[in-house]
Design a protein around this ligand. Structure first.
Ligand code: IMP
Length: 217
C-alpha cells in the first residue's frame, strides 16, 4: 500500500509547553506537553483534503468516520472537502457514514477489535469509500475494518488517518493518506481519548503518568 508523504515528528521532539496554550484546568496536571496544536492540525487537514480530491477525482465518495476518536478530524476534513466543492468546477459528491469500533483499554490495545455501532456496511457495495481514522497504531484495527468492508464489495477503499504512530508493534499497515507520523507516546485530545477522557481537549497532547493513573479503568 503506498502512503503519501506526511509530517514526521521525531522521537526527541519536546512539543510545546502547556503554558503556551489554553488547556482546560481539569487536565493541566495530567499532560506532558502539546504535541500538535489545533491550528497546525487544521492547516494539515486542508492539504490532506486537497490531496484526496486530486487522487480520487470527481467520483461520488462515501466518507466513513471511525468513531469516536475520528469525529473531529472527520468533521474538519469533510468541511475542507465541502469548501473545495463550493469553489471548484469538478466537485466530488459526498456522503457520510459512521462506524464505531473498540480495541483499547487504558493505553493498551486489547488486540480484539469489535464493531460496537454504526451504519450497516452493505450500503457501501459499489461505492468509493474513504475511511477517516484518528490514529493508526499497531494497524490491527484498520486491517480488521478493511477485511470487514471488503466483504461488501466497495468499488474502492482509501484510508486517511490524521496520525500514524511509530511503534515496534506495528503490523506494517500504512494508510493511503496520513497527517503526521508521531513517536510512540499515548496521545489524547482533538477527540482522541484515554478511557473516554480528554476528548474535550483542543490540541493533540501527550498524557503523563499522573493522567494515566487518575483515569485508569
Ligand atoms: P491499532 O489497532 O493499534 O492501530 O489502534 C487503533 C485505535 O486505537 C485507534 O483508532 C484509537 O482508537 C486507539 N489508539 C491507538 N493509539 C492511541 C493513542 O495514542 N491515543 C488514543 N487512542 C489510541
Amino acid at each position: 500500500m503506498s502512503q503519501s508523504k506526511c509530517i514526521k515528528i521525531s522521537d526527541d521532539d519536546k512539543g510545546y509547553p502547556l503554558e503556551m496554550f489554553c488547556i482546560p484546568k481539569h487536565y493541566e496536571n495530567h499532560l506532558s506537553h502539546v504535541m500538535i496544536p489545533k491550528g497546525l492540525i487544521d492547516d494539515r487537514t486542508e492539504k490532506l483534503a486537497k490531496d484526496i480530491k486530486e487522487k480520487l477525482s470527481d467520483e461520488p465518495l462515501v466518507c466513513l468516520c471511525v468513531l469516536k476518536g475520528g469525529y473531529k478530524f472527520f468533521a474538519d476534513l469533510v468541511d475542507h472537502l465541502k469548501s473545495m466543492n463550493n469553489v471548484q468546477n469538478d466537485p466530488i459528491p459526498l456522503k457520510v457514514d459512521f462506524i464505531r469500533l473498540r480495541s483499547y483499554v487504558d493505553d493498551k490495545s486489547t488486540g480484539d477489535v469489535e464493531v460496537i455501532g454504526g451504519d450497516a456496511l452493505h450500503h457501501l457495495e459499489g461505492k468509493n469509500v474513504l475511511i477517516v481514522e484518528d490514529i493508526v497504531d499497531t494497524g490491527k484495527t484498520m486491517q480488521y475494518l478493511l477485511r470487514k468492508l471488503q466483504v461488501h464489495n466497495p468499488k474502492s477503499i482509501n484510508v486517511v488517518s490524521l496520525l500514524v504512530k511509530r511503534t515496534p508493534l506495528s503490523v506494517g499497515y500504512k494508510p493511503d493518506f496520513a497527517g503526521f507520523e508521531i513517536p510512540n507516546h499515548f496521545v489524547i485530545g482533538y477527540a482522541l481519548d484515554y478511557n473516554e477522557y480528554f476528548r474535550d481537549l483542543q490540541h493533540v497532547c501527550v498524557i503523563n503518568e499522573a493522567g494515566k493513573l487518575k483515569y485508569a479503568s
